[in-house]
Design a protein around this ligand. Structure first.
Ligand SMILES: Cc1ncc(C[n+]2csc(CCOP(=O)(O)OP(=O)(O)O)c2C)c(N)n1
Ligand SMILES: [Mg+2]
Length: 332
């Protein structure tokens, strides 16, 4: 039997199965959304595919009761782990009134849900970074035992918001985990045209914090790095920059044609390292999952995705008048 890496990290068999199930759920919701988009039922998809291991490995290392997550648009794995449901995600895809993120007002991928400590984000990339730093500062001032976890792409690590936020967090030793999900592209721009340094994590030294680069296709490696970063933050030692390296398996969004800037061979090669397949294989090697339980998990998830799709498709749109809400103060 293969080496049991999750036990060494203090993760039970049940926990790693739960991680796998969450990864698979994110993938299956995402795949369904593409079908719905291509059949003209939902307007837009921006995918998590290829980044599930990084997102779920990281989110499992946080404390859902205390910590705040400030996800970016690909982070379906993070928000599912923090308590958003398949049904809620589908309601957002269909832009229905019951969508908890925005009541159907925003594009999908703009996650926000107060009860689950998921802080809403904006469309300009990286604006969530200074927000995460501000929440960490408030937590420190109020002596709360919280860390904030913020994600962004490697292209977004060139934005001023990242540098300003990282510097402030470093100077004030704030409990922030900066996680860069490096998927090798910023729309059509490949990684070698984005960075002058070798790794995104090399940037950490400039802001007085540790920087690590880990395999973003391995949820256990990401879990370990984020757990260490969270422990460091809680001890008052300040922020950490974690870079997870994976590959964007889909086009940038449902409005992009990636054949114009990368070869199908390159994508096919990346698919041989698909984290859903490699983590599933690991669970089988260590005897946590077998063909029967894999089928049972798969069937259960497909049922959930089907039910979520049906519910959201049949749900009501927002009342047009409600578009005027939250813009101007209402008369008492
Ligand atoms: C400030 C700003 N500039 C440009 C855009 C348009 N835009 C949306 S996503 C994106 C690419 C971001 O790439 P990266 O940060 O690597 O994230 P990825 O999509 O690869 O996960 C761009 C340029 C934007 N939303 N905000
Ligand atoms: Mg990218």
């Amino acid at each position: 039997m293969a080496e049991n890496r999750h036990k060494e990290l203090g993760l039970s068999d049940e926990k790693v199965l739960e991680m796998y199930e969450t990864m698979l759920l994110a993938r299956k919701i995402d795949e369904r959304m593409w079908l719905l988009n291509r059949s003209g039922k939902i307007p837009f998809v921006i995918s998590c595919q290829g980044q599930e291991a990084a997102q779920i490995g990281a989110a499992f290392a946080l404390d859902k009761e205390k910590d705040y997550v400030l996800p970016y648009y690909r982070d379906m794995g993070v928000v599912l782990t923090f308590g958003m449901t398949a049904q809620e995600l589908m309601l957002s895809g269909f832009a229905k009134a019951e969508d908890p993120n925005s009541g159907g007002r925003q594009m999908p991928g703009h996650f926000g849900q107060k009860k689950n400590n998921i802080v809403t984000g904006s469309s300009p990339v990286t604006t969530q970074v200074p927000h995460a730093v501000g929440i960490a500062l408030a937590g420190k001032m109020e002596k709360k035992d919280l860390v904030t976890f913020v994600t962004f792409g490697e292209g977004s690590s060139n934005q001023g918001d990242f540098h300003e936020g990282a510097n402030f967090a470093g100077v004030h030793k704030l409990p922030v985990i900066f996680m860069c999900e490096n998927n090798k592209y910023a729309i059509s721009v490949p990684i070698e045209k984005q960075l002058a340094c070798e790794k995104v994590s090399d940037r950490a030294i400039g802001y007085g914090m540790p920087g690590v680069t880990v395999d973003g296709n391995d949820p256990l490696e990401v879990y370990k790095a984020v757990k260490e970063a969270a422990d460091r933050g809680r001890r008052g030692e300040g922020p950490t920059l974690v870079e997870t390296v994976s590959y964007r398996l889909t086009p940038h969004s449902s409005d992009d044609d990636d054949r114009s800037y990368r070869s199908p061979d390159e994508v096919a090669k990346a698919k041989t390292n698909d984290p859903i397949i490699t983590f599933g294989a690991y669970l089988k090697e260590v005897g946590v999952m077998n063909d029967d339980s894999e089928k049972e998990i798969n069937d259960r998830i497909m049922k959930l995705v089907n039910e979520a799709t049906d519910y959201a498709e049949n749900a009501a749109y927002a009342d047009p008048e409600s578009a005027l809400k939250y813009v101007y103060a209402e008369e008492k």
